[in-house]
Design a protein around this ligand. Structure first.
Ligand code: A2P
Length: 275
């Protein structure tokens, strides 16, 4: 029976995305999100903002043990020693004594080193540097290889997921293995989806914004969305959205928006790689 990886406990239903939030302004924005009520902060080594995340956690007044601080391993550091050093470096950069969740950022299949990176994350967890480990942008075939090689199932798989790209198969795969699916770019980086006529009609029916409908849809599917928002009013609106109840008819209608080529930036993890 393969070992499964528990998370640090139940995860919140929504988290806060921090890509491009850095420096003092970034730290203040992230601290505001914590004070607003977000309890999962998503970052990455490559966002170059782990320092701002740590400063925000320390200045927010929110008890450290209530916050899930997440970071991610870059593609250029998949080799075992480099991966462990990256985790150590992430912890130093936050100024915290551990991180709560650490993900492999992209599988980068042509490098063929994501299993090695996974073994390093297992070691980082055993050493107490991180509490739980997972992956991002992994396809079922990539996760199968991790589990076959190590017996350890990722706690989380963070993927692009929004109404134009709902990832039905990936969600079903993750759910069947007890893996929490997180959504990056949950509102499509505020692209034309926020003006979609069907979503606009549903939003008007509930007296809310399109962003709220989209985030409520994520929550309804059991997906943990990670919206980024700078303005505190939007932070509040997005957080409240997970309590909005969509009707079955809303959910069925939103399913019709799926597009095979619905990714915002054509980043298919079978071929797209980041370093
Ligand atoms: P800003 O950061 O200026 O507040 P995603 O999370 O899908 O990557 O999208 C992030 C983008 O969506 C940012 O440009 C953010 O703007 C914008 N945004 C966040 N929340 C809302 C909202 N409730 N309504 C409209 N735009 C939003």
């Amino acid at each position: 029976m393969p070992e499964t990886t528990p998370t640090t406990g139940p995860l919140p239903r929504i988290g806060f995305g921090t890509a491009a939030l850095k420096g003092r302004h970034g730290a203040e924005t992230i601290a505001e999100a914590l004070r607003t009520g977000y309890r999962l902060i998503d970052s990455a080594f490559n966002y170059e903002n782990e320092g701002a995340v740590g400063a925000a956690v320390r200045s927010s007044g929110v008890p450290r043990d209530e916050v899930i601080v997440t970071s991610k391993l870059p593609g250029r550091h998949h080799a075992h020693a480099a991966a462990l050093e990256s985790v150590e470096e992430s912890v130093y950069r936050t100024g915290l004594d551990h991180l709560d969740l650490y993900l492999i950022h992209w599988p980068n299949p042509s490098q063929e080193r994501y299993v090695e990176a996974w073994e390093a994350l297992i070691e980082a967890r055993e050493r107490g540097l991180v509490r739980a480990i997972g992956v991002s942008n992994f396809l079922p075939e990539h996760i199968d290889r991790l589990v076959e090689a190590t017996g350890v199932t990722p706690a989380v798989n963070q993927v692009e997921l929004h109404p134009y790209f709902p990832q039905d198969e990936q969600r079903a795969y993750d759910a069947s293995r007890g893996i929490v699916t997180e959504a990056w770019s949950p509102i499509g980086r505020a692209n034309e989806m926020l003006r979609d006529p069907l979503l606009t009609r549903i939003a008007e029916g509930h007296g809310v914004s399109v962003a709220e409908v989209i985030l409520a849809w994520h929550a309804r599917l059991g997906v943990l969305p990670l919206p980024k928002a700078t303005a505190s009013e939007r932070q509040r609106q997005n957080l409240a959205a997970i309590d909005l109840e969509l009707t079955d008819a809303d959910v069925e209608a939103i399913a019709s928006l799926a597009r095979p080529d619905g990714r915002t930036h054509d980043q298919d993890p079978a071929v797209y790689e980041e370093f």
